[in-house]
Design a protein around this ligand. Structure first.
Ligand SMILES: Nc1ncnc2c1ncn2[C@@H]1O[C@H](COP(=O)(O)OP(=O)(O)O)[C@@H](O)[C@H]1O
Ligand SMILES: [Mg+2]
Length: 369
């Protein structure tokens, strides 16, 4: 078991391009860290540096008190699971799981007990005598995890382990990995491009873009208080709505004009005029999540702004219906009760909970309030 510190870590490949630009991440012993971001953001590079498969150009990686920058992968006490399962095709599941142990010359009886325990945890006991070729994708991924688990590492590293699985299995495996973590309590670093995996699995999330951690924190904090436009748009599904507007001052308060189907309404915004004075008369991006715009009957909040809106699209998801309207030319998704949703082309009264809305600077993308 081990805590993990990543301090001002940088990585340049031989072509001179810097792909990690000063990464700082601290996780406690037993935490589940997610590195999430789009393709090419540097997630795998960082994970491989933690594993010792890539050198550290500058900065420091520590497991507990120990700097591991120059430690060989085999001396780091880690286990890694990749998107491709890399099982030995000629060995049975039992032999695959025990492989690392037999290499380490662990006594046979102990190997047997470990395989039993791991197979039970992952519910693959009935598959122990099969070969990888006789398994489904999900079962193979479980065996790959079993092989990692058998080694009782102090750090587990996962690189997009569920990307090859179909949607339903991915959801199941997501829960199983989380349950496994609750049972074992081993520190995990888990790479994914899937923000739902990030939200649902992690204790801590590092949202990455272009080799920079955009925000590091607990999932709900990041969801509720995104640091910038990128994080706000990346975390959450459907995404946060972004509406370009101009800030006004009206009766000592901040307001803005919202246009829906040609009807303009001056909407007061619950932000501090003092903080935003420099932005009055200027363009900003107004951000609001779909669940903060709802029908009047299922609204959680009594307060908010009512707007009569023309509905362009209706998408039932089962528990909710997503409707799309258009504000200042931006398509805006709202989450309403299925019973309250009207048909496309009709108009409905929507309640905007502005208390959780956010404003962003359109140039820098930084959050203004
Ligand atoms: N061996 C390498 N040599 C040069 N550039 C590399 C190498 N490996 C990765 N990169 C570059 O580093 C960046 C980050 O890659 P990677 O860590 O694989 O991103 P991710 O896992 O987030 O998709 C990419 O721009 C990629 O092209
Ligand atoms: Mg990758």
């Amino acid at each position: 078991m081990s805590s993990l510190s990543i301090r001002n870590v940088r990585k340049s490949y031989n072509n001179g391009v810097e792909v990690l630009k000063g990464i700082d991440i601290e996780v406690e012993d037993g935490q589940f860290l997610i590195l999430v971001g789009g393709s090419g953001s540097g997630k795998s590079t960082l994970l491989n540096m933690i594993a010792g498969l890539e050198s550290v150009t500058s900065g420091e990686i520590r497991f507990g008190d120990r700097v591991v920058n120059d430690l060989a992968p085999k001396d780091r006490d880690i286990a890694m699971v990749f998107q491709s399962y890399a099982l030995y095709p000629s060995m049975t599941v039992r032999e695959n799981i025990a492989f690392g142990l037999s290499v380490k010359k662990v006594p046979k009886a102990e190997q047997k007990e470990t395989v039993r325990r791991v197979a039970e945890t992952l519910q693959i006991t009935h598959l122990l005598d099969r070969k990888p070729g006789q398994l489904s994708g999900g079962q193979r991924q479980r065996v790959a995890m079993g092989r990692a688990l058998a080694r009782k590492p102090s750090l587990f590293l996962f690189d997009e382990p569920l990307s090859n699985l179909d949607a339903k299995l991915r959801v199941e495996m997501r829960a199983e990995i989380k349950l496994m973590h609750q049972k074992m309590g081993t520190t995990i670093v888990y790479v994914t491009h899937d923000q739902i995996e990030a939200m649902t699995m992690g204790d801590r999330i590092a949202v990455m873009k272009d080799g920079v951690v955009q925000q590091f924190g607990a999932p709900q904090d990041i969801y509720d208080n995104p640091a910038n436009l990128f994080v706000a748009g990346f975390i959450g599904s459907p995404s946060m709505n972004f509406v370009h507007c101009t800030l006004n001052e009206q009766d000592g308060k901040v307001s803005t004009v919202i246009d829906n189907a040609g009807v303009k309404t001056e909407v007061p915004l619950p932000f501090s005029l003092e903080k935003l004075r420099a932005h009055i008369g200027r363009k900003v991006i107004f951000g609001i999540r779909p669940e903060q715009i709802t029908d009047t009957r299922s609204a959680h909040s009594e307060t908010g702004q009512l707007l009569q809106c023309r509905v362009e699209l209706t998408e039932p998801t089962g528990p909710d219906t997503l409707i799309t309207t258009r504000l200042n030319d931006a398509a805006v998704t709202c989450r309403v009760h299925p019973r309250e949703a009207v048909h496309a082309g009709a108009s409905m009264t929507l309640l905007f909970d502005l208390s959780k809305a956010t404003l962003f600077d359109p140039d820098s993308g930084e959050r203004l309030s």
